[in-house]
Write a protein that binds this ligand. Structure first.
Ligand code: SF4
Ligand code: SF4
Length: 109
């Protein structure tokens, strides 16, 4: 479930608002996304994956919010952690280069 939007990381690009299939976000007067309908979150991770600045944290727990704060998420390096694990990077260092299964394929040849 979507847990936190980081005010310090967010560049107000509006992408998370547009990609969310459940219309979870609203925007405040400054264009900052706010979690307006958290119970509607489908835990699909799309917002976190598409955020260009890793300003979002979606927790794996889908039954309800875990109540984490922005400070806690920052301290545990959780912003964008799912996107990094996928290797979804758009110009940044991704994670797919750490996939070692190609060595197994070479060994089988
Ligand atoms: S995880 Fe999916 S449903 Fe939940 S806020 Fe992000 S895009 Fe919307
Ligand atoms: S996608 Fe990220 S940077 Fe863009 S508005 Fe949403 S939280 Fe902010």
């Amino acid at each position: 479930m979507i847990e936190v939007v980081s005010a310090s990381r967010c560049i107000r690009c509006d992408i998370c608002v547009r990609v969310c299939p459940a219309d979870v976000f609203a925007k405040d007067a400054e264009g900052m996304p706010v979690i307006a309908r958290q119970d509607d979150c489908q835990t699909c991770f799309l917002c976190e994956i598409y955020c260009p600045t890793d300003a979002l944290f979606v927790a794996e727990a889908a039954d309800g919010p875990i109540g984490i704060t922005e400070h806690e998420a920052e301290a545990r390096d959780l912003f964008g952690v799912y996107a990094r694990a996928l290797g979804w990077s758009r110009g940044r260092a991704g994670g797919s280069q750490h996939d070692t299964t190609r060595h197994l394929r070479v060994a089988q040849v």
